[in-house]
Design a protein around this ligand. Structure first.
Ligand code: ATP
Ligand code: MG
Length: 494
């Protein structure tokens, strides 16, 4: 498993969260067990201390006559009292208290030892006493270490015969309690480790299952190349999210396939467009060279060659411009253009061409200037191409109309002809690169099929558009819309 893989990161992330939760839970559990166990020890110690207190009171009752107990506890020297009687009584009672492993002693408030359990030798007391401070005013509990064992003790103040106060110190070993606590720590640690191991294993297994389709997608994607772009990643049997991913991926390959097909088409069109004029030039030149031509024949060949070279240069220029426009390179030199005068100028230039076919171009323009931001050179290309098309595809004696109107903040220019029209099946392709309608009756009409594509791209780059309406054999109207800046220039005299 790689460190930067989703599998690794997910396993670590969830194990970390689980570790934190289990850790907190274990601390809480340990604290609770500790509290419960020691609560019991404390209660046991307090019970025993209370019983010892009661026993001592009972001895006092038994020995009232001789003031035995009183003398014993009040004596200045602990050995001076008739200890055997007390010892005898104590031996019997201590058995019932179950004090076998406990140590205890009774002290005066000033710290003088009055009574010790039999098992508390001097040696033991020397370890016991410094670790177990005497508290004459309140019940306290204390932990201490003795002979490698842990003890828990109670310091228990009490009054004897309602007069003299004493302190009972009773300690009991808590090794068993500690053992339970260490066992629970071990148990919890083992539990945490095993839960973590199971989680890491399960997490890794689950993520591998979830990510299995990703590996499959990668494998298929790696196999897809330019040669088998038709391949798609199967999306059946996939989870919803993966299906979405795979579908997006497949759609991307669809687009890639489309682009490749387009590039293929485009390259063959370009090759064809460049090859045709070159072939014509070659044939004409070869013909001219093969025989002794009169000078006027040579001139004719050169004219043809020059015409074809012009066509070649124009196609290459158009292609370059289209490529630049597609990559949105800033190629326009924008300036203020007065479109009405501009259209008048275009009309004048096109009229000469139209006259050859006895076509009249009518001009209907607003009688006020309309201004827009544009690149005159490229705007000229739009209108010349549209007018040349109209002339090309309108039979002799037909008519063309240029109509400009201002609508909202746009100027709408219609170029209407009474030409051959465009069939409905061809309409969707009219603006495609290299598209030309194939009509046997118009085979001799020249053109590379780039004009409309370029015109639309330029119009769009100016914030406008070109659309058209056409009826087969009746005529076509191309509609150019361009945003205007203002209508009438206002000159203020200073
Ligand atoms: N006014 C029109 N009437 C009928 N068909 C038209 C008209 N204008 C364009 N077309 C059709 O649309 C095709 C594409 O026009 P476009 O201007 O893009 O190319 P072209 O005129 O053939 O060549 P180019 O303009 O590059 O010299 C034309 O070949 C023609 O079939
Ligand atoms: Mg054209």
């Amino acid at each position: 498993m790689k460190i930067n893989s989703i599998r690794f990161k997910t396993s670590i992330f969830y194990s970390g969260i689980l570790l934190a939760i289990l850790g907190l839970f274990s601390v809480y559990l340990y604290a609770t067990i500790h509290h419960i166990l020691y609560q019991e020890v404390r209660q046991g110690l307090a019970l025993k201390a209370g019983q010892i207190d009661a026993f001592i009171d009972a001895y006092a009752d038994i020995a009232t006559k001789d003031n035995l107990m009183n003398d014993y506890l009040s004596a200045s020297d602990e050995n001076a009292a008739p200890k055997w009687i007390i010892n005898h009584l104590w031996e019997q009672d201590s058995k019932s208290l179950g004090l076998n492993n406990d140590y205890f002693r009774i002290l005066s408030p000033r710290g003088r030892v009055r009574l010790r359990s039999d098992n508390m030798t001097n040696n033991i007391e020397s370890i016991f006493a410094p670790q177990f401070p005497v508290h004459a005013d309140q019940i306290t509990f204390n932990h201490f270490q003795m002979n490698n064992s842990l003890y828990y003790g109670i310091s228990y103040p009490f009054r004897f015969s309602n007069r003299n106060s004493f302190v009972l110190q009773l300690a009991t070993p808590v090794d068993s309690v500690q053992q339970i606590l260490s066992q629970s720590v071990l148990f919890m640690a083992l539990g945490i480790v095993s839960i973590l191991l199971i989680t890491v294993f399960m997490g890794s297994f689950l993520t591998r299952r979830i990510l299995k389709p990703v590996s499959e997608v990668t494998l298929t994607a790696n196999n897809i190349s330019q040669k088998n772009l038709h391949l798609r990643i199967p999306h059946e049997k996939l989870d919803h999210e993966m299906e979405e991913l795979v579908n997006s991926f497949n759609r991307m390959i669809d687009r890639l396939e489309g682009s490749f097909a387009h590039i293929n088409d485009f390259s063959s069109h370009v090759a064809h467009e460049l090859k045709t004029p070159l072939a014509i030039i070659k044939t004409e030149m070869e013909l001219a060279l093969s025989k002794d031509n009169p000078p006027q024949e040579d001139k004719r060949v050169m004219k043809i060659a020059l015409g074809e070279i012009d066509r070649l240069v124009r196609t290459i220029k158009d292609l370059l411009l289209l490529a630049k426009l597609e990559y949105k390179l800033n190629i326009f030199k924008m300036d203020e253009v007065e479109i009405i005068d501009f259209l008048r100028d275009i009309h004048q230039h096109s009229q000469i061409l139209a006259e050859e076919k006895n076509i009249n171009i009518e001009l209907k323009l607003p009688d006020y200037p309309v201004f827009l931001d544009g690149d005159t050179v490229h705007l000229r290309r739009i209108f010349f191409n549209l007018l040349h098309n109209a002339i090309k595809f309108t039979p002799t004696n037909g008519s063309i109309e240029i109509l400009a109107q201002v609508q909202d903040k746009q100027v709408v220019i219609r170029i209407k002809d009474t030409g051959i029209g465009i069939a409905d099946t061809d309409k969707p392709h009219i603006f495609e690169k290299f598209f030309r309608v194939q009509r046997p009756d118009h085979e001799d009409v020249g053109g590379s099929g780039l004009g409309l594509c370029m015109a639309k791209t330029v119009a769009r780059s100016h914030g406008g558009d070109i659309t058209f309406e056409s009826q087969l054999n009746k005529g076509t109207t191309f509609i150019v819309t361009l945003p205007i800046t203002h209508l009438q220039r206002v000159f203020t005299q200073i």
